[in-house]
Design a protein. Structure first.
Length: 278
């Protein structure tokens, strides 16, 4: 599969999707993208900036949801213009998809909506590459049905993104076997930040185990994935959304150096599990 002009897959270098969970301001978006781009360039990896203009699935209706469609797309246009990177954002059932696709390079579908057939097929029809977030309630093999729904109406430009599975109340787990299973259907992206989220863990907001981000990211790269998704913020404790499971921006360079090196080692000789039937 080609993504933003670059080949991706298990025989290609890791690519990165990263940015704040929710767009807060143009200055913040430019700061984050401007910090990460030279790191990605130095490491030789594709970098896609991410940011949400509307978070419809907040724990409380009082929580910050973003700048809205018009404001969000303006911020994304400035990131593309000033930093020179492709951009990704989420869409929802009431989002004007054509308007988003006119600006956004990669569209992301929320985990909670991956079973909504009409929605997923409408997103597929935009013609943009789609990052499909795996539902917290979905097994890895069920995601094959999601991809089939989308390929029934549009050429295959879809990725599957692991973001953890609901495990009891307010907790998620990441099953590394699922990464290998989902590779049968589409290139796999590992979400290293939502997998450490504690959904609704603070009552009216989600908590998170930020210290586990590098642990799970290293494990996923070792398992073999095409891409990595990270939410990062200069000051996660003051972030307006998902701060507890966001990586401090100052640490992303060191983490990426480790992960890119690990990715090279893992992909150097191919994956043994392919010969064993996985």
């Amino acid at each position: 599969m080609k993504l933003c002009g670059r080949e991706i897959g298990l025989d290609q270098p890791l690519f990165l999707i990263a940015g704040p969970d929710t767009l807060e301001s143009q200055d913040l978006a430019l700061e984050v993208a401007g910090h990460i781009k030279p790191i990605a360039d130095k490491l030789g990896i594709l970098y896609i900036f991410k940011g949400s203009f509307d978070k419809a699935n907040r724990s409380s209706h009082k929580s910050y949801r973003g700048p809205g469609l018009e404001g969000g797309l303006k911020i994304m246009e400035e990131v593309k213009k000033q930093i020179g990177v492709p951009v990704l954002t989420d869409v929802h059932e009431d989002t004007p998809l054509g308007e988003v696709a006119s600006v956004i390079d990669v569209i992301q579908t929320p985990a909670f909506l991956c079973r909504q057939t009409n929605f997923m097929q409408n997103v597929a029809r935009t013609g943009r590459p789609i990052n499909v977030k795996k539902g917290q309630f979905m097994s890895p093999w069920e995601m094959g049905n999601v991809i089939e729904k989308m390929t029934a109406v549009a050429p295959h430009q879809f990725m599957l993104c692991e973001r953890g599975f609901s495990f009891g109340y307010n907790n998620l787990v990441a099953d590394m076997r699922g990464l290998a299973i989902m590779r049968k259907y589409a290139p796999v992206v590992f979400d290293g930040t939502h997998t450490v989220q504690l959904p609704g863990g603070q009552g009216n907001a989600s908590g998170g185990m930020r210290e586990m981000i590098p642990v799970l990211a290293r494990a996923a790269i070792g398992a073999g994935v095409s891409g990595l998704f990270l939410e990062t913020h200069p000051d996660p404790d003051s972030a307006l959304c998902d701060g507890p499971n966001s990586l401090p921006l100052k640490h992303i360079g060191n983490l990426l150096e480790t992960l890119v090196e690990l990715d090279r080692v893992v992909k150097k000789s191919g994956l043994l599990e392919k010969q064993l039937g996985a």
